[in-house]
Design a protein around this ligand. Structure first.
Ligand SMILES: Nc1ncnc2c1ncn2[C@@H]1O[C@H](COP(=O)(O)OP(=O)(O)OP(=O)(O)O)[C@@H](O)[C@H]1O
Ligand SMILES: [Mg+2]
Length: 251
């Protein structure tokens, strides 16, 4: 469904700072895939997600979504199909708006009436049902400004917003890295639940090697802009955390 054909991203081309952040990457992501992306700092992981969302243009190569060439489609036109979460819980929500206003915005993204549609009773019931599933008590705080929430609560809300209209693709860039261990575990659990329930095709960047083997159905390792390993099926099952660590040493 999402296909990378020989995609390269070169920053500061032709200067002393030239950097091949992605180096001729070809990759096929099937519907329902949940791919964990590993790699050392600067390997090109965020760049990979950035070219999918359209935040960064490719230097060469092609990206196809469901067979359609989206290589040059602007970011805002991809936003309806792609949900995204960052490491920073402050990104992705509007702090001066309430929980229900934030959810209303995310919800109207998929609707024709668009941006200024008023929140109806039915919507509110739907939001309460969705928020209850997070088990954070946010369903009782619909009128609370999002800026007053903790990082974990905010990240959970961002996750809900990114998936309230089921996206074709969900991009998670170390989305639990800034949270305390207990909150991180709970956000990861909620993420997996939502992804499984709606069978959302997902790419998740993590530095947690055991997580990269535990979640999803594929693990890829990036190094210096190249995919150096794809683990799936039996090979993935047979791979231990120690094996993966050794691959890290190797790259
Ligand atoms: N907008 C940019 N302009 C210039 N160079 C960039 C830009 N974005 C990324 N780079 C460079 O491209 C390379 C890959 O960066 P990227 O952010 O994709 O790494 P990463 O794998 O996500 O690393 P980390 O684990 O630290 O988040 C790095 O050398 C980085 O400095
Ligand atoms: Mg990154």
């Amino acid at each position: 469904m999402l296909e990378f054909i020989d995609v390269s991203v070169c920053f500061h081309s032709g200067t002393a700072d030239e950097k091949m952040a992605l180096d001729h990457v070809s990759l096929r992501i099937e519907d329902g895939d949940f791919i964990c992306v590993l790699g050392t700092n600067g390997a090109g992981k965020s760049t990979l997600l950035n070219v999918i969302s359209g935040a960064i243009p490719v230097t060469s190569g092609k990206i196809l979504l469901d067979g359609e060439d989206i290589t040059h489609l602007p970011e805002h036109k991809r936003a309806r199909a792609i949900g995204r979460l960052f490491q920073d819980p402050l990104k992705g929500t509007a702090p001066n708006m309430t929980i229900e206003e934030n959810l209303g915005l995310a919800y109207s993204r998929g609707k024709r009436a668009g941006f200024h549609r008023a929140i109806k009773k039915k919507d509110r019931r739907f939001f309460i049902e969705k928020l209850s599933a997070l088990h954070l008590g946010l369903e009782e705080r619909l009128k609370t400004k999002v800026g007053l929430l903790s990082g974990g609560q905010r990240q959970a809300l961002t996750l809900l917003m990114a998936t309230i209209v089921t996206p074709k693709l969900l991009l998670l860039d170390e989305h639990t890295a800034a949270l305390d261990p207990k909150t991180a575990a709970s956000i990861m659990e909620i993420s997996e639940e939502i992804i499984k329930q709606h069978q959302i095709t997902t790419l998740m960047i993590t530095h947690n090697i055991s997580q990269a083997l535990l979640y999803g159905n594929k693990t890829i390792i990036l190094n210096e802009g190249k995919i150096v390993k794809v683990l799936e099926k039996e090979e993935r099952k047979q791979t231990s955390v120690e094996d993966l660590l050794a691959m890290y040493d190797f790259v």
